[in-house]
Design a binder for this molecule. Structure first.
Ligand code: PNW
Length: 465
């Protein structure tokens, strides 16, 4: 026994990435611009004006990256497809070069004994579709449906695990309401709610397409990023208060999926701006999924406050957090996110589709002890070793919290670490590094960080170490 935190046999340990964040080659082989290519080209949209044009050049280096994963013992890989490579006009003609690329990637994964987990949509809408209204317009349903059909009929012989859309409230909220992500729009509530609904229907279309064309052994689920509410004190009254807040802030995504209805409380809050929908659409949205994928990064504390009402506690400035400053270190978010989803919606299976942390890691970073006490280690190769003990610490505590959920019988079957390599972190450009492998964006050299060796051992022992 190496650890008290052993995981069940067959637990899925993976890493995750997304096309627009790693591939680069944004204008090669007939790929059309995505909304992220267009958005990042506008001044003031991303940190230091950087864009996804080259990123990790994974489009050319995918074989090396797959080999690296195999070397680290990673046996499951979640990646996304770029719609703009596969159908550059958004609808209509397919681009053979795009299909060749993903066919090769999938074959390479399988040849290396790595199971592909494929996401249909991770935020990189074809710009041509955005020009026609994008997620705002009902026409997106037909476009997505043709895209999903060709994708599942081509890759479905080898891809058996599908994720539909990544973080619907995230890309709609950031992209169409706040203007912080592509396409950078700030629409009225009515338009935002309708865009949200269209994305929900596309989730349903993806589920149906996998059922119709993916073969009997194909599995599919959504990737959701609930805001996770953690009871500050674990007593029944505080737990109940936290659960009520969790249910309320996440209800517009999960309730329709599990009940086929937008909750009355959500529709009342929307008032005249509520989305318009049909019965048929609600049936599509609520088709049974095989699993629910959750992206878990941070949490918010709640207690029973004055007047017996739930109170969200503001965090002090010195609360532990990543250099990505939205990312509070609240490992209990894993347990409570899983437990509340389990109690409220009872999914037959859940997976952590993303968990990780962004810092400004660079090789050659001396430790504080070395700086303060002069504890130098002449034998150490400062140019290659990245001692991201902070990331290991973050991951270890979150995994211990995952373990607690499994111990209590919550059906959690897998965990994908975000991310395999440092990549294009959307509006944060390249400063916020989430990889367990360092990317030198000038030379494209990959250097596994300490967290990569640590994660390898976790996988090998099937335990948190
Ligand atoms: C995820 N939050 O987004 C995305 O799926 C990834 O593409 C991204 O690189 C990764 O997280 C790291 O940012 C999130 O505020 C963004 O809680 C923000 C939150 C959660 C997820």
């Amino acid at each position: 026994m190496t650890s008290n935190y052993s995981f069940p046999p067959g637990f899925v340990w993976g890493t995750a990435t997304a096309a627009a964040q790693i591939e680069g080659a944004t204008t090669e082989d007939n790929k059309s611009p995505s909304i992220w290519d267009t958005f990042a080209a506008k001044p003031g949209t991303t940190k230091d004006g950087l864009n996804p044009e080259v990123a990790c050049d994974h489009y050319h280096l995918y074989k090396d990256d797959v080999a690296l994963m195999a070397k680290l013992g990673i046996r499951h890989y979640r990646f996304s497809l770029a719609w703009t490579r596969l159908i550059p006009d958004g609808t209509g003609e397919i681009n053979q070069a795009g299909f060749d690329y993903y066919n090769n990637l999938i074959d390479e994964l399988i040849a290396n004994d790595i199971t592909p987990w494929c996401t249909f949509y991770h935020w990189d809408l074809p710009q041509v579709l955005e020009d026609k209204g994008g997620w705002r317009e009902r026409s997106i349903l037909d476009a997505f449906s043709s895209y999903a059909k060709i994708v599942v009929s081509t890759f479905g012989d080898r891809v058996k695990n599908w994720f539909t859309l990544n973080e619907i409230p995230g890309f709609i909220g950031h992209g169409y309401k706040l203007g912080l992500h592509a396409p950078g729009a700030k629409e009225s509530s009515q338009v935002v709610n309708q865009a949200f609904h269209h994305a929900m229907v596309c989730h349903g279309i993806a589920v149906k397409t996998v059922r119709d064309l993916g073969g009997p052994d194909a599995r599919v689920g959504l990737v959701h990023n609930p805001e996770i509410i953690v009871p500050f004190i674990e007593t029944p009254e505080h737990i109940e208060a936290a659960k009520a807040v969790f249910a309320q802030i996440n209800e517009h995504t999960l309730a329709p999926i599990y009940s086929g209805k937008y909750p009355d409380s959500y529709l009342e809050r929307c008032g005249a701006d509520a989305p318009r929908f049909t019965e048929e659409e609600m049936e599509l949205i609520s088709q049974p999924m095989d699993f629910l994928g959750l992206n878990v990064y941070r949490g918010h504390f709640v207690r029973v406050g004055a007047d017996n009402k739930p109170e969200v506690l503001p965090l002090p400035k010195a609360f532990p957090r990543a250099e990505a400053d939205w990312l509070n270190h609240v490992p209990q978010a894993m347990y409570w996110g899983l437990r509340f989803c389990h109690e409220l919606y009872n999914p037959n299976e859940m997976l952590i589709a993303e968990n990780g942390v962004g810092y400004h890691d660079a090789p050659g970073m001396p430790t504080t002890q070395e700086v303060i006490h002069g504890w130098t280690h002449p034998e150490r190769d400062y140019d290659s070793e990245i001692l991201d003990t902070h990331r290991c610490q973050y991951l270890r505590t979150y995994l211990q919290s995952v373990h607690r959920a499994i111990e209590e019988g919550i059906p959690l079957t897998g965990y994908f670490l975000w991310s395999l390599i440092d990549n294009f972190e959307w509006a944060d450009g390249y400063t916020s590094r989430f990889g367990i492998v360092h990317t030198d964006f000038k030379t494209q050299r990959r250097t596994p960080k300490l967290s990569a060796s640590w994660y390898s051992e976790v996988i090998r022992h099937n335990a948190v170490l």
